[in-house]
Design a protein around this ligand. Structure first.
Ligand code: 5AD
Ligand code: FES
Length: 358
């Protein structure tokens, strides 16, 4: 789909009253109107429901060195861990038994035969227990086609790999040499080609990022025909090199920008699954609920054992690091109800965008 066909309200106002280089805030009423439009689209396509994915952050060992990430290889202040196969299966079982409908297995990026085989073994066990009734999503970074294929055969069917920013130049500024935007894009296309339901996303408020970049991010999601989108505010981690650069610091501004991105993305891709991310809650105690009202339809509650959670701080101020999964579950149910939504308990909830009939 050509860019000119996009009906983005960003595009409508750019050049008239907003300076695209400065990421000005939308006036409050305009943001509210935009969110209401996006929410109406979300309820029309998906209902007043929220799908859950139990997030298992099973290892923080990472060979990558992204300049913004708290668990980057060079951060010596992190205690490294990897959960055992039994622990991962147990966490996934907890999510399934508590009717979360789907799990996401996430870790730092490792490309080795040992790691591929380890994940393969875990997948076979989880898939063996629940078959296709439990959604299994992976978020394990850039891998070869062969590895992605093995994991798919072992039971995974969705994959999350954020492009981080659709602007190649900005991408190269926030990653060290050797990290390639093109390779990441190639991975996304390979995943799609292998039949995975594919998710991507970006960070919002990166140093040097412009409003035009964010507009292009949404075009990227459309052009790459992705099924799932996860976006969150960039939050400077003090142990990372990028923290020296000035990001958009004001939390209110970051929140408004993120809500605006969620709403614009919902309007651009009505049938995608869009996550209301934990990072949103890090900048506002009600951030995730606001994300739902901006058109998101997925929440990813953490089901990682509490003893590991403080070692998986991609960004500072990550919420729920001290909470047992049980507590998160009831807290979440209350929060979702508070905005008039219901949890789609026990539903695998694949994105409508990925269904063959569309
Ligand atoms: N702030 C916000 N998001 C971050 N991520 C990594 N570091 C940060 C940070 N400092 C996000 C990236 C990555 C995902 C797993 O976490 O987008 O893809
Ligand atoms: Fe790349 Fe963590 S080191 S996202």
């Amino acid at each position: 789909m050509g860019v000119s066909k996009l009906q983005l309200s960003f595009a409508e106002c750019c050049g008239l009253c907003y300076n695209i280089r400065q990421m000005n805030e939308l006036p409050k009423e305009d943001l509210e109107r935009l969110m209401a439009r996006a929410y109406a689209v979300k309820t029309a396509t998906w209902g007043r429901r929220v799908a859950l994915r139990g997030l298992v952050e099973f290892s923080n060992i990472c060979t990558k060195d992204c300049l913004y990430c708290g668990i980057r290889r060079s951060n010596a202040n992190v205690t490294r861990y990897r959960m055992t196969e039994d622990e991962i299966v147990e966490a996934a079982t907890w999510a399934a038994e508590n009717r979360y409908g789907s799990v996401v297995l996430q870790s730092g990026e490792i490309s080795s035969e040992a790691n591929t085989a380890f994940v393969e073994g875990v997948l076979k066990r989880i898939h063996g227990l629940y078959g296709d009734s439990l959604g299994i999503t992976l978020s394990l970074g850039e891998q070869t086609r062969e590895t992605y294929g093995r994991w798919k055969n072992a039971g995974a069917h969705r994959y999350l790999l954020r492009i981080e920013t659709s602007n190649r130049e900005l991408y190269s500024k926030i990653h060290p040499k050797g990290h390639s935007w093109e390779r990441r894009l190639d991975c996304l296309r390979t995943l799609k080609n292998l039949g995975y339901i594919v998710g991507t996303g970006v960070m919002i408020g990166l140093p040097g990022q412009t409003e035009a970049d964010l507009e292009n991010d949404i075009r990227f999601f459309r052009d790459e025909d992705v099924d799932m989108i996860g976006m969150g505010p960039y939050l400077a981690h003090p142990d990372t090199p990028l923290a020296a650069e000035a990001p958009i610091q004001a939390k209110g501004r970051l929140l408004a920008l993120t809500l605006r991105m969620i709403a614009e993305t919902r309007l651009a891709i009505p049938d995608a699954n869009i996550a209301s991310t934990t990072a949103l809650q890090a900048i506002d105690p009600e951030g995730r609920e606001k994300g739902l009202l901006a058109g998101a339809n997925v929440i990813m509650p953490n089901v990682t054992p509490v003893k590991y959670r403080k070692s998986y701080l991609l960004y500072p101020g990550k919420p729920c690091t001290g909470e047992e999964s049980e507590l998160c579950r009831s807290c979440l149910e209350r929060r979702v109800k508070s905005v008039g939504e219901e949890i789609a308990w026990g539903e695998r909830a694949d994105p409508l965008h990925s269904l063959p009939s569309r």
